[in-house]
Design a protein around this ligand. Structure first.
Ligand code: SAM
Ligand code: SF4
Length: 316
């Protein structure tokens, strides 16, 4: 599927739920997500049907996200069903990792190819603060469980927040020295309930290059620019939606848990897919691709995302 600007759309991000076992301050409101009725979210049968239709149109990679994808009951079974789609090259997951000690081996056995785990700090108190109550120890156990299950190379997502974790840039990057992990610094995006953060929170990823001048370019990592510390086994990725927009290379479509296709993370536009089958479903997927905007506009610390959802309702 090509959009109107010639961008090939090969990547579908599917949110399995808005719910989460954490409450990250930059992602969702303190009271948590509003619980949708079970009938309001897509069933696994519906998700599989939409995924199969998308793959028939050229999607080659699917990522399950949320909310926290691992809290949706039965999701390992869904992974198995998605992995059975013949032309799908990659099934990936983005998770906070807390449930990986129990689930990593089953996910691997179900055919999940890659796992990205969110980790914003190495300090237990700061982790508790930013996640509003989470345990760093559990997150680290989740990372270990993913490694033990054979997920490699692991990507660790770190939202860079000025005044919160910019003093840990070197320590987080250090995680790549011994092991083949990619630590990816992501610029904090002004979306949903992030208005409690001041302008200092929006720290461009340039700060990572300033703090670590020894980083050397290590190739193209998709939306991430990849660097390496001298002699390191792993890499450092910079994801800069604000300071270096990658819209020109955008290859993705998003599906929300309640069945809306989002042509762009930061636009208001949503196209419903629930209840569509066969040709109607295919045409709606193609329509969503045609509606992809050229860019997400002037996203910056002072100009907020136009999306009406919090990040946990989209999936990042
Ligand atoms: N619960 C899973 C997790 O935390 O990895 C998956 C869903 S979460 C919404 C997906 C990604 O979006 C996470 O890596 C998270 O750090 C990132 N994210 C959430 N809010 C963000 C924001 N305001 N700016 C930048 N990244 C954000
Ligand atoms: Fe949950 Fe992920 Fe959002 Fe944190 S970033 S509240 S773990 S959905």
């Amino acid at each position: 599927m090509k959009d109107t600007l010639g961008r090939e759309i090969t990547y579908l991000r599917i949110s399995l739920t808005d719910l989460c076992n954490l409450r990250c301050a930059y992602c969702m409101p303190p009271e948590g997500a509003k619980k949708l009725e079970h009938r309001d979210i897509l069933s696994f049968e519906e998700i599989e049907e939409i995924a199969r239709a998308a793959v028939s149109l050229g999607v080659r990679k699917i990522r399950l996200t949320g909310g926290e994808p691992l809290v949706r009951r039965g999701m390992v079974d869904l992974c198995r069903r998605l992995r059975d789609i013949p032309a799908l090259d990659e099934l990936a997951l983005t998770t906070n990792g807390l449930l990986l000690p129990e689930m990593a081996a089953d996910l691997k056995a179900a055919g999940v190819d890659r796992v990205n785990i969110s980790l914003d700090t190495l300090d237990p108190d700061k982790y508790r603060r930013i996640t509003r109550g989470g345990s760093l120890e559990r997150a680290l156990a989740g990372i270990q469980a993913a490694k033990d299950a054979g997920f490699a190379p692991l990507k660790l997502n770190c939202v860079l927040i000025g005044g919160f974790n910019d003093d840990e840039i070197a320590d987080l990057a250090e995680l790549t020295v011994e092991e083949p992990v990619e630590v990816r610094f992501i610029e904090f995006m002004p979306i949903g309930g992030t208005d409690g953060f001041g302008p200092e929170a929006y720290l461009p990823c340039e700060a990572v290059l300033e703090r670590l001048p020894q980083l050397v370019p290590a190739g193209d990592g998709g939306v991430a620019e990849r660097y390496r510390l001298p002699g390191a086994a792993g890499t450092v990725g910079l994801i800069r939606p604000l300071s270096h927009s990658f819209c020109g290379r955008c290859d993705r479509l998003r599906l929300t848990a309640d069945g809306q296709l989002k042509p762009c993370l930061h636009s208001r536009e949503e196209l419903p897919v629930r209840g569509l089958h066969g040709e109607d479903l295919l045409r709606q997927l193609e329509r969503a691709v045609r509606h992809k905007p050229a860019c997400h506009g002037e996203l910056s610390a002072s100009s907020r995302s136009r999306s009406v959802r919090d990040m946990n309702q989209i999936g990042g």
